[in-house]
Ligand binder design. Structure first.
Ligand SMILES: Nc1nc2c(ncn2[C@@H]2O[C@H](COP(=O)(O)OP(=O)(O)OP(=O)(O)O)[C@@H](O)[C@H]2O)c(=O)[nH]1
Ligand SMILES: [Mg+2]
Length: 360
């Protein structure tokens, strides 16, 4: 997950809250030069229940990786700011969290002088679209050069590329283009920035968290119209809370009558956006949550745990978490006939508890 946005909108502040480490924060634009990476645990109450059922002390959540990317400015697609380098960083992430500044704070400079999240949103989207357009045009040139060798391939590919280019010239992200299924492999191959799934994060002042913010409302309305997930957080408060011991933070949240942790929302929404599912294991002394792409098989799941498990895969015993929680124990679930034996091609479901049988 990449944190993207204009300079001084609060990306690094949010990132340091996420990573619970102090990344460098300053009120000068471009303080993030190298990208920062953090591996963040994904909160999941099911893991606690599972560990209690199996009587395990050790609980290992699954994780998601966040990358704090430096601010993007007008002209980034042509190399302004630290343009190209950062666009390269965005290219490597699976999904984007676009942070939008909705807080006014006189001593924090805005590179465009005023606080206007919708303008910022469009500005960044246009830069990303222009960067994609350059990618598409380069590819068109290459495709064109092969026109005589493979005319049919050329035609098909050129058609898709032309359509992509047309939308991008209007500043429209590729994710909004209605492309035929045949176009998808090419889109994937091009690693287009605007094809990545995105969520918007309205970063508001602490005072606006409870009272509401007209600027965040603007962002939310736009998000709803475009079907994009949108969250409101106060990055600064999240960073402050992350520094407190857990109990104090919880008291603080209650006192201020804040909604559930904004950070958890960011993590959970990101996980959903990446289209990942969670499966569980509870073997030996450890209950553990694991990540799998939606549609992944039992064999792939085994491979997440250990390559030997995938290689020597025999069968998987599978129980659904909800049924297990109701049954109260694995044995009770078994007695009820709700533990199934599946082969390597079984498509793992979110919440499955797996016991893999394998030969080593
Ligand atoms: N009042 C207020 N200030 C904030 C909030 N979030 C960030 N800031 C301040 O804004 C300034 C910039 O924050 P950063 O997190 O460094 O911004 P950035 O988006 O990483 O900026 P670049 O790395 O330059 O692209 C810092 O002084 C933060 O303390 C917020 O929610 N409320
Ligand atoms: Mg930063």
């Amino acid at each position: 997950m990449g944190l993207v946005g204009m300079p001084n909108v609060g990306k690094t502040t949010l990132f340091s809250a996420l990573s619970r480490v102090e990344a460098e924060v300053s009120n000068y634009p471009f303080c993030t030069i190298d990208r920062n990476q953090a591996v963040v645990p994904v909160p999941d109450p099911r893991l606690e229940t599972l560990a209690d059922i199996f009587g395990q002390e050790k609980r290992t959540p699954t994780t998601i990786e966040f990358i704090d990317i430096a601010g993007l400015v007008r002209g980034a697609s042509e190399g302004q700011g630290l343009g190209n380098q950062f666009l390269g960083h965005i290219r490597q992430v699976d999904a984007i969290a676009h942070v939008l500044r909705c807080f006014e704070q006189a001593d924090v400079a805005h590179v465009e002088s005023t606080v206007d999240p919708l303008r910022d949103l469009e500005l960044v989207e246009v830069e990303l679209a222009l960067a994609d357009l350059a990618t598409v045009e380069r590819r068109m040139k290459r495709t064109g050069e092969r026109r005589h060798q493979a005319p049919e391939e050329y035609e098909a590919e050129n058609e898709v590329l032309a359509e992509l280019a047309e939308g991008l010239r209007r500043g429209e992200p590729v994710r909004r283009a209605e492309l035929p299924d045949e176009a998808q492999p090419l889109v994937r191959e091009l690693f287009l920035l605007t094809a990545k799934p995105v969520l918007w994060i309205a970063n508001v002042a602490e005072a606006d968290l409870a009272g509401g913010s007209p600027l965040a409302d603007q962002v939310r309305a736009r998000a709803e119209a475009q079907g994009i997930p949108c969250l409101t957080v106060c990055a600064k408060l999240e960073a402050d809370l992350a520094d407190l011991p857990e109990e104090e933070a919880a008291e603080f949240i209650e006192e201020l009558e804040l909604p559930a942790s904004g950070l958890d929302q960011v993590i959970e929404e990101s996980y959903r956006l990446l289209d990942l599912i969670t499966f569980f294991t509870a073997v030996g002394a450890e209950a553990r949550a694991w990540t799998l792409r939606r549609g992944g098989t039992a064999e792939e799941a085994a491979g997440k745990i250990h390559t030997d498990m995938a290689k020597g895969f025999i069968k998987a015993e599978v129980g659904a978490f909800d049924e297990l929680a109701k049954a109260g124990s694995w044995q009770a679930l078994k007695d009820a006939g709700r533990v199934r034996l599946h082969g390597r091609d079984y498509v793992v479901q979110d919440g499955d508890v797996l016991i893999i049988r394998f030969s080593s």
